[in-house]
Write a protein that binds this ligand. Structure first.
Ligand code: GSH
Length: 394
């Protein structure tokens, strides 16, 4: 039965027929565009699966009781918790979080695809002097993400102890500083306000949109003009985001964290059917980006999953119907172009964090924490291919 289901799904994934892909319900909340001087009422739209949750003052189930690595529901399907801090940086008069140089700090992990989005946008928009950041250590243990210790040598810019709180050892302390009763997840990215000593947002989809134009008045023209969500592409990008998020960005986690075979097979076949769709769409784009010559949010959100795909997701999350380097020529070209030809992508991609985090933190998947040596290399050079592809081309 399972076998039948799998082969039918694999057939579906490899066929050209991609009409039956699930689409997330998109809940749009509008913010005043005057804040951003763009005259677009929909500028700071948020994509959420649910309405923004009200933060409760007390909760009943603590995260420690639930277990930091315990993410599947009764059916064995992975469920991602909604982010709980959903404030916004804005330039409206009397805004609680106005855009100011040096005021905000990003806590990220180089390992994490959601945090990676924020690092890329920070660099693309030239916000390095305006927004500081710290990367946590790649290992996520029983108490969640921890900061690098001063005597440790971990690769990557700003992989350091917490520069803002003396003696803090774990990211969770930032969450408890904000709310001592907090019992949600302690996730990266976390956008932190140094002035009010509180969390602005821990939702990457919102954080990257805040960075697109809120700081423009502080930026040189070269960066001001960079528009990662052009208004004429906005609805197309939103629609790509919804299925890419559900099936690909989150799909690899649904596959890897499934605790029943049915849930795994469902997730992995949906994932590959959507990868087939992306492959086809990138193949029909004039390139080099998802939407032709313009680099947009759609590229950023897809990149952070695809760059991790061969090094980690294929083996660790059992996403192994195909890999990118040998099974998806268009995606392979697209991802290498972003990595090798754009500093914002290359400099923020830290393969050691990526490989070690997943393989050494998820003990439920890899109890001995052995990190596979391959695939090698982590990413192919621009003009190199796996031997079989090379042979087929010659
Ligand atoms: N929806 C969030 C998800 C962030 C997220 O799940 N981050 C992971 C790292 S990849 C994390 O920090 N997990 C810690 C945990 O769940 O305890 C976003 O996009 O910002």
């Amino acid at each position: 039965m399972l076998k039948q289901k799998l082969s039918a799904a694999v057939l579906r994934a490899t066929s050209e027929n991609i009409n039956h892909l699930p689409v997330l319900h998109v809940n749009i909340s509008q913010f005043s565009a005057r804040l951003f001087g763009r005259g677009l009422a929909s500028f700071n739209r948020r994509i959420t699966t649910n309405p923004i949750p009200v933060q409760p003052s007390t909760r009943t189930m603590s995260q420690d009781k639930k277990g930091i690595l315990d993410w599947a529901d009764k059916s064995g399907s992975f469920k991602r918790q909604e982010s709980q801090f959903r404030h916004s940086i804005s330039n409206e008069p009397n805004a609680r979080f106005p855009a100011e140089k040096g005021r905000y700090h990003l806590y990220v992990s180089y390992a994490c695809p959601w945090a990676h989005r924020a690092l890329i946008v920070r660099k693309l928009k030239g916000l390095e002097d305006l927004i500081t950041f710290t990367s946590v250590h790649w290992h996520m243990g029983d108490k969640g993400w921890r900061f690098v210790e001063s005597n440790e040598n971990v690769p990557g810019e700003n992989a350091t102890p917490d520069p803002l709180h003396d003696g803090y050892t774990h990211l969770r302390q930032i969450y408890f500083e904000n709310n001592k009763d907090y019992d949600g997840r302690f996730t990266v990215p976390t956008l932190y306000d140094k002035k009010q000593k509180c969390i602005v947002s821990n939702e990457s989809a919102d954080i990257i949109r805040m960075l697109y134009h809120s700081f423009d008045h502080l930026l040189p023209d070269k960066y001001k003009s960079i528009d990662l969500l052009p208004s004429d592409l906005e609805s197309k990008i939103d629609s790509v985001n919804s299925w890419v998020y559900n099936d690909i960005n989150n799909g690899v986690y649904k596959s890897g964290f499934a605790t029943s075979e049915d849930a795994y097979v469902d997730a992995v076949t949906t994932l590959f059917s959507s990868l087939d769709r992306v492959e086809k769409e990138i193949g029909s784009s004039a390139g080099p980006y998802y939407f032709g010559s313009r680099l947009t949010e759609a590229d950023i959100r897809l990149y952070t999953t695809i760059i991790r795909f061969d090094p980690v997701y294929v083996q660790h999350f059992k996403c192994n119907i195909r890999d990118i380097r040998s099974g998806y020529p268009n995606l392979h070209r697209w991802v290498r172009n972003l990595y090798w030809n754009n500093e914002a992508f290359r400099a923020t991609t830290q393969f050691e964090h990526i490989k070690k985090h997943y393989t050494k933190s998820h003990r439920q998947i890899n109890p001995h924490s052995i990190t596979p040596v391959g695939p090698q290399p982590d990413i192919f050079p621009l003009d190199e291919e796996v031997p079989a592809v090379k042979a087929a081309k010659s």
